[in-house]
Design a protein around this ligand. Structure first.
Ligand SMILES: [Zn+2]
Length: 318
């Protein structure tokens, strides 16, 4: 099984935090010829459809198109610079769909989860950042400490409470989540643990995953999630890779683990089903009514690596 590479792990643009402390620098970049604006609408990105030559592409607006879009935006965030091009994200979420018609042209409104793995890697991470950071801004317009309005600062790197008696600075939040590929040795090449949540599309199974809780290490989180959801105890836990997952605001941290027990005790409040699937049976998953997560996801990569243990790790190893 060849599952390509993790999506959203390419290097993004240079965020230039020192320059961003100067509001006039941001303003100058925004109105320069080398500015590009990426519109975001209600957690979805605007993209040009795939052609015979390429996958979906970011709608990157320049010149008059960019200025018209900025005029409609409620929030504008500096994403960074690469090769003398300065990238901005513009939030159009407050606009109704028809307001976007002049901006759209040939473009479509797309969910990045569906198309990220088909895009050029730098564009995929640009759109991921745009979506993720604007999601955070939209949900942090008021200070969590005193309830006063907040204002974006440093090109959108932070927000600050407008109440001078408070003045709290808020930083974008990322929620760490673990995903673990659990295996056990045995006949038919050993087996791996697949589980599904009741809200998922029919037949979709994946690795066990869950959010890290306060006061918990990543390894403890892995053991707890596997135990709580499936009743399985795991031994050694090994880090594999991490992946930004801005749907809406996670960092997915992938692990592999070897089971010390094999008897399943499923918590049906958390998951709908969990199964051991032997390596030999992966050739006929459809017969089992199982389909795997889409390409480019952490689960798919870890499963694929286990099935093809002779292959090099399909994620950055350095
Ligand atoms: Zn405040």
């Amino acid at each position: 099984m060849t599952d390509a590479f993790l999506t959203f792990v390419a290097d993004g643009p240079d965020r230039r935090p020192r320059d961003c402390r100067d509001p006039s620098w941001i303003t100058a970049r925004l109105h320069a010829r080398d500015a590009r604006v990426l519109p975001v609408w209600r957690d979805r990105n605007l993209v040009l459809p795939a052609t015979d030559e390429r996958g979906p592409a970011a709608l990157a607006l320049a010149g008059d198109h960019a200025r018209g879009t900025l005029h409609l935006a409620d929030e504008i965030v500096y994403l960074g610079e690469r090769d003398a091009v300065h990238w901005f994200a513009a939030d159009l979420s407050a606009r109704e769909g028809p307001d976007l018609t002049p901006i759209l042209g040939r473009a479509e409104i797309a969910d990045l989860r569906d198309i990220g793995q088909l895009m050029e890697p730098f564009e995929a991470i640009l759109l991921a950042r745009a979506r993720g950071v604007l999601y955070w801004h939209r949900r942090n317009r008021f200070c969590g400490a005193c309830g006063s309005p907040t204002d974006s600062e440093q090109g959108g790197l932070t927000r600050r409470c407008r109440n001078s008696a408070c003045g709290l600075e808020h930083f974008p939040r990322v929620d760490p989540a673990v995903l673990v590929h659990v295996t056990r040795p045995g006949p038919e090449g050993g087996a791996c643990l697949l589980a599904r949540q009741p809200t998922w599309p029919a037949g979709l199974y994946s690795c066990v995953a869950g959010f890290v809780e306060p006061g918990e290490t990543l390894e403890q989180c892995v053991r707890r999630e596997v135990r709580e959801e499936t009743g399985i105890e795991v031994g050694e836990v090994t880090y594999a890779a991490s992946q930004p997952w801005p749907f809406p605001s996670s960092l997915m941290i992938g692990f592999t683990a070897v089971a010390r027990t094999t008897r399943l005790a499923i918590d049906t409040d958390e998951i709908e089903d969990a199964r051991w699937v032997t390596r030999a049976r992966f050739d006929r998953l459809a017969d089992l009514g199982i389909r795997l997560p889409r390409r480019g996801t952490m689960a798919r990569i870890l499963i694929g690596q286990w099935l093809d243990t002779s292959a090099a790790p399909p994620y950055p190893s350095a």
